[in-house]
Design a protein around this ligand. Sequence first.
Ligand SMILES: Cc1cc2nc3c(=O)[nH]c(=O)nc-3n(C[C@H](O)[C@H](O)[C@H](O)COP(=O)(O)O)c2cc1C
Length: 349
Amino acid sequence: MLSKFRFLTAGESHGKCLTAIIEGIPSGFIIDPDFINKELKRRQGGYGRGGRMKIESDSIEITSGVRFGKTLGSPITLVIKNKDYENWEQIMSTHSEDYSEEKSFSQCRPGHADFAGSIKYNHKDLRNVLERSSARKTAIEVAVGAVAKLVLQEFGITCNSKIVQIGKSTDNFEQEIDNAKSIGDTLGGRFEVTFNNLPIGLGSYVHWDRMLDGKIAQAVMSIPAVKTVSIGNKDAFSMFGSEYHDQMYLEGEKIFRKTNNAGGIEGGMTNGEPLVVTADMKPIPTLKKSLNTVDLRSMQECEAHFERSDACAVEACSVVAESRIACVLLDEFLLKFGGDSLTEIKNRI
Ligand SMILES: Cc1cc2nc3c(=O)[nH]c(=O)nc-3n(C[C@H](O)[C@H](O)[C@H](O)COP(=O)(O)O)c2cc1C
């Protein structure tokens, strides 16, 4: 797959830190750490989050690729320290002599990577699976997404998101979450992300793996707990063609539409309308109300392992989705306009 912008992340949920190395950001872009920190705070917020959010307030450290507030064109390294690490130093140690069975567990949590992950990587201690499969790593992804957003903002591209539904409620989200919590249960929900002012022609129709809708679907579907992703009007499958398709009109030389059922993408490319992505998150799988499972050590049925957890994280998930989509759009933007510096890109546009 063609790519101009890429990144890798590393880090365990209770390890020392989360790290990302980003490649492909041209030189000359202002990187404001306060903006990145605000995005991290948004990810940690939202009604229904668990105890960890009270312990940790994430903040970003930029250790390469930025000098005097601007990108150099070289790889950018971002680090978020896990403030809870001091309580986990021994349990998460990289040294063999620190091993103890304390905090290891073998009661699979249904809905998590535990069962398949333990078989795939041959782990007896499910903590070895939990630590990286946890959604904690979305914190560093949001930091990378914040850098992508800062670059896109230079060209007037902005985004926002909103919660559409939590559980069965479309209006009283807090009440719905309180009810679930009171019975030791959890909830998922639906959210919508919108990107505005995108240039026409990001993505392409020439190959299946260059279609923008496909890239966005992959980026959002792979967020932990996301189960459906759609672009534009979710009722497309049940509408008449004459109702669904966004007809085109002329005002002078300007072509315009009165509807945006396509959600900003036609033929795998942005069409100049706002990009609208909707996604559904399943209920959080760690719950106080016990779930039946199997202990892989004793091979007995038991209750699933419970660890401090969110009751609902749909709002946080929407921030992660914004970040993932920003990364896809930035890659497409750089593929289309190219350039090694902000000035060069501005001249090309
Ligand atoms: C922002 C965010 C926070 C999450 N917080 C929790 C949590 O506190 N407890 C939990 O069990 N799952 C949580 N999840 C969901 C799990 O990470 C997810 O269900 C699990 O990794 C399995 O992935 P899958 O549902 O995509 O198969 C969270 C997901 C996101 C996106």
